[in-house]
Design a protein around this ligand. Structure first.
Ligand SMILES: [Zn+2]
Length: 243
């Protein structure tokens, strides 16, 4: 696989990563984001929630946790070189695709005007026979895909955003679904793994205090290359080119 232009893009792209929770970008596609930044593409994040349920104790104050997690997400984005991070006000665990949510997502797409949109695969109910995907990940993917087409690019959807906020319709060229179990693209990102790990380390509230043990578990995601026997790290996507 060519290191230079596996995406086959001739120009610098503006890429919007739109996911459910703080830490999703780094866990799902942090190495890919690191690669894109290193190639000069402009990265933006928008998270639907602020991760208010990312704790195991009933005594955790959801609003204080949200403040903490927003900061962790901004730090992780800084490590990767992401240009902007924004949050919508949905509550962790309560992400359901709705017309109101689609409108909020369309607004962000029309504001940022990305060529490439990254979200999570709404089809991924069971990542493996040992895991159930978080429902927010599926719901966020569904809502973002529904906003991308046809709503964001069609002036008949949410015309008030055009009239009142001067947000012209905008169509993205590609949608990349991360957190997928039906990939059409598997990319060797071994060289970006340490950067991904450094960004994940910013999510201190989520990864526990034993960083060595955490890193060991992350390294278990490496697989042996069939041809060379080398240890490799891959991220996978379902890539949709809308033309
Ligand atoms: Zn998540």
């Amino acid at each position: 696989m060519s290191e230079t232009n596996i995406e086959n893009w001739q120009e610098k792209q503006k890429i919007l990563v739109f996911l459910a929770h703080p830490d999703d970008p780094e866990f799902f596609c942090g190495a890919m984001i690191a690669r894109w930044v290193s190639l000069g593409h402009e990265l933006h994040y928008c998270l639907l929630t602020q991760g208010q349920k990312g704790a195991q104790s009933i005594d955790t104050d959801p609003e204080r946790l949200a403040v903490l997690r927003r900061g962790e997400q901004r730090n992780a984005a800084d490590v990767l070189g992401v240009k902007s991070v924004s949050f919508l006000n949905y509550v962790d665990g309560e992400v359901y695709p709705s017309d109101e949510m689609r409108r909020e997502i369309v607004r962000v797409i029309r504001e940022i005007r990305p060529t490439i949109l990254v979200t999570s695969d709404p089809r991924n109910l069971f990542p493996s026979d040992r895991r159930i995907n978080h429902p927010d990940h599926r719901a966020a993917g569904q809502a973002v895909v529904d906003a991308a087409f046809p709503a964001a690019g069609n002036p008949c959807f949410y015309p008030e955003l055009i009239r009142e906020e001067d947000l012209a319709p905008h169509s993205v060229k590609e949608v990349w679904l991360s957190a997928t179990s039906q990939p059409n693209l598997v990319i060797d990102l071994t060289g970006y793994f340490e950067k991904k790990l450094a960004a994940i380390h910013c999510h201190k509230s989520q990864i526990g205090t034993d960083l060595a043990e955490f890193d060991r578990r992350m390294h278990e995601r490496f697989v042996k290359d069939d041809l060379t026997g080398e240890e490799k790290f891959y991220e996978q996507f379902f890539r949709i080119i809308l033309g």
